[in-house]
Design a protein around this ligand. Structure first.
Ligand code: PLA
Length: 463
């Protein structure tokens, strides 16, 4: 099994996190440090602990006992890629958009917004409030929920600017661990590898629900309904808003409607992870449909947004957590508690990325320009799917590869096994996560033939 899909480490020890992280008891403190140690040592080999034993020669450091931690299953792929000297190397690991020339892309509209910011001499570098840039927050809630959505109109959403999607998930997780009565979160199998760690360390107990069916390379809808149907009332459920990572398999709108009805009938609390709005279909509105349906029914929800992919602001770390509530009074109180989560964590968020986003979202022309550039990125990814599919077919590579064109978003879940992946990396210098996920955004017309050769060889030699 791929390392990023491991079930919660030592879940017994974390099934009942402390009721308030601000009042961590020594018992839960010990549980937390045990967990941190467990995560740090995860996947390390016995050799690591031997070489780091206190009797080793370098035992003079007070940290001599520290074992070598594993590389991250996704970001570690880039580390390995950077070390490879081959001119033919291709990085299809991390989900980062590349142009046809294989270069990172800074959107034109981002350049324009940055120029505007630089030219505005009235701008200063003061601290932002704990919750971040007010206009960014307001515009972000509108972007995901829809400007005319009832919670936005009725002022019963609270939004805080966070450190991209990951930071938004973490702040949401910490808030739930402190203030929500049911501290279990259900995440899909499989899911983005960081979910388990983010929520476990936030103090939630992580369980899984069935999502992907390897036999059909599609959604295991029956399994999903059964698992959510038997989750305890009130449990939190993590849902990928669109472009499910790593599988590229999304429910249809009809299936979303069934999921919504089931979840609302069992009082399950939705926590949407929206890391790819606009990247799945090329349309910001179409990709927000799942969230908007839940937002329109009067019920409560959380949503974590990231601008890493859809605005290409990976390193700016700009995102938002919105919580939709029943009344504006509750929203005000919830916001006051989110501030108490954020202040001791990083005090307040950075100003630059959020200013870029706000500049684009509030200006009609810039906004339109953004949607065009976003659609071009989504379209290039979709065209890569067709090129790869056609190329494998033309080569006569054994297997049904239609899932490449059926799946959606940044990734294709190829179905290649870890052995085949290792072979492709060793022999063809193609870097991807061991679960067989490839980032379609990292592929170009130039690299499709090389990838085809590699997949063909892997499938025919290592069946
Ligand atoms: N949620 C999902 C589902 C994601 O795929 C990612 C990023 C994030 C949240 C976090 O993004 P952010 O914090 O940068 O906004 N997943 C990437 C990168 C693209 C990563 O693993 O960090 C991936 O390759 O899976």
């Amino acid at each position: 099994m791929s390392p990023q899909f491991t079930s919660p480490p030592n879940s017994d020890a974390h099934s009942s996190p402390s009721s308030s992280s601000s009042l961590i008891s020594s018992a839960s403190d010990r549980r937390l440090s045990a967990l941190v140690r467990h995560l740090a040592a995860e996947e390390s080999s016995p050799m690591d602990s031997l070489s780091a034993s206190p009797t080793a020669a370098r035992a003079d450091s007070v940290f001599a006992h520290v074992v070598q931690g594993p590389e991250d299953p996704i970001l570690g792929v880039t580390v390995a890629y950077n070390k490879d000297q081959s001119p033919n190397k291709v990085n299809l690991g991390v989900g980062a958009y590349r142009t046809e020339e294989g270069k990172p892309l800074v959107l034109n509209v981002v350049r324009k917004a940055e120029q505007k910011l630089v030219n505005d001499m009235s701008r200063v570098k003061e601290y932002l409030p704990i919750v971040g840039l007010a206009e960014f927050n307001k515009l972000s809630a509108r972007l995901i929920l829809g400007a005319d959505s009832p919670p936005v109109q009725e002022n019963r959403v609270t939004t805080v600017q966070c450190l991209s999607g990951t930071g938004s998930l973490r702040v949401g997780g910490e808030f739930l661990a402190r203030h929500y009565q049911e501290r279990t979160i259900y995440i899909p199998t499989p899911t983005w590898g960081n979910h388990t760690k983010v929520f476990t360390l936030a103090g939630l107990s992580v369980k899984n629900y069935r999502y992907y069916d390897p036999a059909t390379r599609g959604l295991n809808f029956q399994g999903l309904l059964e698992d959510l149907g038997s989750a305890p009332a009130g449990a939190v459920v993590l849902l990928h808003a669109c472009a499910h990572n790593p599988t590229g398999v999304d429910p249809t709108l009809e299936q979303w409607e069934q999921i919504r009805q089931l979840m609302r009938s069992r009082a399950l609390l939705p926590f949407f992870d929206s890391a790819y709005q606009g990247f799945a279909s090329g349309s910001l509105d179409a990709d927000a449909q799942s969230v908007r349906r839940f937002a329109a029914d009067g019920g409560e929800l959380l949503v974590a947004q990231s601008y890493a992919k859809n605005m290409g602001l990976y390193g700016e770390r700009v995102g938002a957590l919105s919580i939709v509530l029943k009344t504006s009074e509750v929203a005000t109180k919830v916001e006051s508690q989110l501030k108490l989560v954020i202040r001791p964590m990083y005090s307040n968020p950075p100003i630059h990325g959020a200013s870029i986003v706000a500049t684009i979202l509030k200006d009609r022309d810039l906004f339109n320009e953004w949607t065009i550039e976003l659609k071009a990125m989504a379209d290039r990814i979709i065209s890569m799917r067709h090129q790869l599919f056609d190329s494998l077919r033309a080569k006569g590579t054994p297997g049904d590869w239609s899932h490449i064109i059926k799946q959606i978003g940044m990734f294709t879940f190829t179905g290649l096994n870890p052995e085949q992946v290792a072979f492709m990396t060793k022999e063809y210098h193609i870097y991807m996560t061991s679960d067989g996920r490839i980032s379609m955004a990292g592929l170009s017309s130039r690299t499709v033939p090389h990838l085809t050769e590699a997949i063909h060889a892997a499938v025919t030699r290592l069946a």
